[in-house]
Each structure stands twice: as structure tokens, then as C-alpha cells.
Design a protein around this ligand. Structure first.
Ligand code: UDP
Length: 253
């Protein structure tokens, strides 16, 4: 039996770093299958429509290539290709446990994935498939955070769930290095930008703000994290609060 979720259609942003797990690079199959099981559980319990945007930083970051003298656009295209590798890893992990998926890529690659077609993505979601968006926006100079905001707006998702590695929300300092770092329960996008918290880039933040799309930052390895958020439980850090944003329900402590 499915319970009515707080959010009906969501985009989960899985960063490359989250997929790398403890090793810090490449793909940790244990993390991929953990994330896949979390998604399966959330889908089964709530019947929510789930789309995923994957990052690529565990394999390649355009900015790092440019810093070492590469042409920035070329380095960014390499980053987008890295996200396709991650998308296929996640697809594999999901399909192994029986979750139907489709990968849609912003850079055409017909032998491995469908091209990104908005209406088709929505149709897949309505049919209960998990759609994985690969290759970012298809354009250099953007990030996969911006991709998450863009795709979420396009498919009319109600929230973006940002799965992070090793942190369970947004802090005023790195909690892995500073034990006194304080966690924010909630922030507006403007506060996040003014405080320079580095949660997401300004392009992504402004897209979210303009489209009244809240973001919930949570730990990718939190057991049942996605399900808790879909139930309306307050976990992680909620970013938003601008008019028209759907907030998590408050749950008594
Ligand atoms: N990228 C890009 N355009 C996009 C999305 C991504 O050029 O629309 C490139 C960019 O070089 C970026 C890399 O792909 O560094 C990997 O994405 P990102 O750094 O956002 O991954 P994450 O930090 O989430 O792992």
C-alpha cells in the first residue's frame, strides 16, 4: 500500500562525490546500490515520481582541467561525459533490484541512452520509471546543480533533494574538520549566497529561487533519508522559504 507523499515529484541530485564513497574517486558499487535501494524503498512506500540528476566530479571536473591549462569548454564536455558514466552505474544498480529506469542524456549518444526529451521524461515518470538525467545541461560553463534546478523546473518537480557525502546538511563550517561547526535547519537562497556557503552555485540558486523550487540537503548515506523527506519529516537543511515553496511538514520532536 502506498501512503500519500508530501512531495509527489522530486529530483534527486546525486553528486559524483557521493557516488565515490570513502575512496574519494571513481564509483563505489556499495554506495550505488545503497542509493538504489533507498530510491526503490521511497518509490514503493509513497509511489513518488523520482528523477535523478547525476554529477561527475568523482571522475572529472571541467574547472580542474581548465586550471591545468585545458580549454575550458573541452574540459567541461569531458565533465559532462563523466556524468554519463555515473548515470549508467546508477541505472545498473537500480535495474539490478528491479527498478525500471531510463537514462536521458543532453548530449546525444543513441547507443547508450535516450536523448533528453522533456515530454518523454514526464511520461516515463508517470509510468513509474525512474528517469536519470545525464550529461548535465549539454552546455559547458554550467554545473550539474544547475542541471538539477533546470530539469526540476522543466518537469515541474516540487523539490530538489541534494544527496551529499559525509554531511547531513548545510553547516557554517566543514563539520568533518571543525567539530564546532553549526548546522542550519533552514536558509533562504539569498542567505545561502550571502554567507558564501558553497552549497550550490549562484546560477542554480537563482533558477531555484525564480521557480519557487525548494532544496533539501541531506546525507546520501542516511538510512531512509529519501523516505523521511517524502513523508515530510524535517531532516537535513531546507533551503527556500520564498513565496510558493512547498515546505516539509513539521514533525513533533
Ligand atoms: N558540466 C558542464 N555543464 C553542465 C553540467 C556539468 O560543463 O551542464 C561539467 C563541468 O565541467 C563539471 C562536470 O561536468 O565540472 C561535472 O559536474 P559537477 O561538477 O556539477 O558534478 P558534481 O560536483 O555534482 O559531482
Amino acid at each position: 500500500m502506498t501512503v500519500k507523499p508530501r512531495y509527489r515529484r522530486v529530483v534527486i541530485k546525486v553528486s559524483g562525490e557521493a557516488l565515490a564513497g570513502e575512496q574519494g574517486y571513481g564509483i563505489d558499487p556499495a554506495v550505488a546500490s545503497f542509493v538504489a535501494r533507498e530510491i526503490q524503498q521511497a518509490k514503493e512506500a509513497f509511489g513518488a515520481e523520482i528523477a535523478i540528476v547525476v554529477g561527475g566530479g568523482n571522475i572529472w571536473r571541467g574547472l580542474a582541467g581548465a586550471a591545468r591549462g585545458m580549454d575550458r569548454a573541452t574540459a567541461d564536455y569531458m565533465g559532462m561525459l563523466a556524468t554519463v558514466i555515473n548515470a549508467l552505474a546508477l541505472q545498473d544498480a537500480l535495474e539490478k533490484i528491479g527498478v525500471e529506469t531510463r537514462v536521458q542524456t543532453a548530449i546525444e549518444m543513441r547507443a547508450v541512452a535516450e536523448p533528453y526529451i522533456r515530454r518523454r521524461a514526464i511520461r516515463h515518470l508517470e509510468k513509474g520509471r525512474v528517469v536519470i538525467f545525464a550529461a548535465g545541461t549539454g552546455s559547458p560553463y554550467f554545473s550539474t546543480d544547475t542541471t538539477a534546478a533546470l530539469r526540476a523546473a522543466e518537469i515541474e518537480a516540487e523539490v530538489i533533494l541534494m544527496a551529499k557525502r559525509g554531511v547531513d546538511g548545510v553547516y557554517d563550517d566543514d563539520p568533518r574538520r571543525n567539530p564546532k561547526a553549526r548546522k542550519f535547519e533552514r536558509l533562504t537562497f539569498l542567505e545561502m549566497l550571502n554567507l558564501g556557503l558553497g552549497v550550490m552555485d549562484a546560477t542554480a540558486a537563482s533558477l531555484c529561487m525564480e521557480n519557487h523550487l525548494p532544496v533539501i540537503v541531506f546525507n546520501a548515506m542516511d538510512p531512509e533519508g529519501i523516505s523521511k523527506i517524502l513523508q515530510g519529516e524535517k531532516i537535513g537543511t531546507f533551503i527556500g522559504g520564498e513565496e510558493g515553496c512547498r515546505e516539509p511538514l513539521s514533525v513533533p520532536n
